[in-house]
Write a protein that binds this ligand. Sequence first.
Ligand SMILES: [Zn+2]
Length: 302
Amino acid sequence: MFTRRSFLHAGSGTVAGMLLGLPAIAERALGTGRLRTVSDGHLVLPESFVLGDLPEEEARAILAARGLQAGSLETPCNLALWEDGTRRVLFDAGSGGSFMPSAGRLADSLAALDLAPGDITHVIFTHGHPDHLWGVLDDFDEPLFVNARHVMGAEEAAYWRDPATLDALDPARQSFAAGASRRLEVLGAGLDLAGDGDEVAPGITFTALNGHTPGHMGARVASGGESALIVGDAIGNGHLALARPDWPNPADHEPDVGIETRMALLATLAESGETMVGFHLPGGGIGTIAADGDGYAFTPAG
Ligand SMILES: [Zn+2]
């Protein structure tokens, strides 16, 4: 099950892999700025969380074709970092120190780029899951990005702030709700709320990509006639979500909405060729989507 305990257990053998993490894992110029991804480490997902109730044989075959096994997946965590010369905008905050030992490496990755959390001017959240939100506080439970504006989708914040959310989730996910509501409480009025189509920072616009969570947001960065779409977990991995986007993702809170969003998003990205960033996609997560048989393929940039 998808519990913190099982994550910790599953992650206990990955210290060596964790130490091999690279600080800046992908980079490209975009208009007059620079888009990079920085690593927060990776997640080690229990097999049940990857396969869920999916057709097991077909799912295992899709993974095997990519050299992957359901029981030992190491899912990368790519945080997008946009710098336009004035601002340093971070998309999501990583896991912090208390989610699992293979993640929460953001501060080290920033330091390797000669950056500190205090250099970040904006933290823009795609959604409130632990690997995206929990790193917003430091070890003393105070905001880590002391000079940043924080922005989250209004619907997403309301979902995690609602005491009814915890009770509505299955027990394996209740720690997500407790962890999110506590962090949102600490941020308090320091968290700005926005909706679909709102400009959340200069040149950056929220676009609703719901389903993974009820208020999950994508963010489009535009500069000098170019753009890139930060998709968060709307495309949740580089294997099943691409090969069978019509299958429910066991990680989605609203699987049917998630399918609708993912199918439309992949079709649009394949048609437009727009640069995109996926939080859990391979090769640093910056790249493009193309049609591939009945599904789609992701090609990392550079
Ligand atoms: Zn998520």
